[in-house]
Design a protein around this ligand. Structure first.
Ligand SMILES: [Mg+2]
Length: 243
């Protein structure tokens, strides 16, 4: 598929000045792939935390403590969601009313697909809240989420894709897998569990806690404000590859 650069709505004026718009722009060569976290990265807030707070299944302090180094996030999710007593419909209604996508994300999976850029979501979140968000915005992307079953005695979560890995290692493995296939990999994340994947990536877009960890450790990262930045980075790399 061939797209004109201006059709992609490139907002990076500097990029446009330095790189005059070609009459046609071929698909970005398949040299880059993107792996992204979901909660707090694709969404502005952590959806899981929002549910737990709204239905009084966890306190702010318990949630804050879950972001410390050394916490097994999926074990924590399994344990704390068992305390959640609410019907599926109410949980999903809360998700739809309170969840906002980060700017530029809505068109991002389609942009990647149109340009042969592999894109996947690696998340410790669960299908219970990811599915209504995907459905509302008609999003399609390869993704890994925990499976949740709402019962009278709490929400039971399983993570079949983890096997014996921690979430941190799983995310890093997804990045390394794409690198082994010959791609350079962008990782987008916001949390402590994203640090291993960020270390394994060629380019990091980081928000919130992950940005702080990267700075503290001297790991190069661009502050993730929106997904237009990620798209513009891919376009810039595509233009470079054409030179
Ligand atoms: Mg996150």
């Amino acid at each position: 598929m061939t797209l004109r650069l201006k059709d992609r709505g490139c907002r990076n004026k500097e990029l446009l000045v330095r790189n005059p718009i070609p009459s046609t722009l071929p698909p970005i060569p398949c040299s880059w792939a993107v792996v992204s976290d979901f909660d707090g990265t694709i969404t502005l807030c952590d959806v899981g935390d929002s549910i737990l707070l709204h239905f009084d299944a966890a306190t702010k302090k318990e949630i804050e403590d879950s972001y410390a180094f050394g916490v097994n996030m999926c074990e924590w999710m399994r344990k704390v969601f068992l305390k959640l007593r609410a019907p599926k419909e109410k949980i999903q209604a809360h998700v739809l009313a309170s969840t906002r996508l980060r700017n530029g994300f809505k068109s991002f999976p389609a942009f990647c697909a149109a340009n042969s850029v592999p894109f996947e979501i690696a998340s410790g979140g669960i299908d219970l809240y990811a599915e209504p968000v995907f459905s509302k915005h008609r999003l399609k992307a390869k993704s890994f989420f925990g499976k949740a079953r709402v019962a009278g005695n709490g929400v039971k979560i399983t993570y079949p894709f983890l096997k014996k890995n921690t979430l941190d290692d799983f995310k890093a493995h997804r990045v390394l897998r794409l690198r082994r296939l010959g791609y350079k990999v962008i990782f987008c994340g916001d949390g402590t569990t994203d640090l291993k994947a960020a270390r394994a990536a060629d380019k990091v877009f980081a928000a919130k806690k992950l940005f702080g960890h990267c700075r503290a450790l001297g790991l190069k990262a661009t502050r993730l404000k929106n997904f237009h930045q990620v798209r513009d980075f891919l376009i810039q790399e595509g233009l470079k590859a054409e030179d």
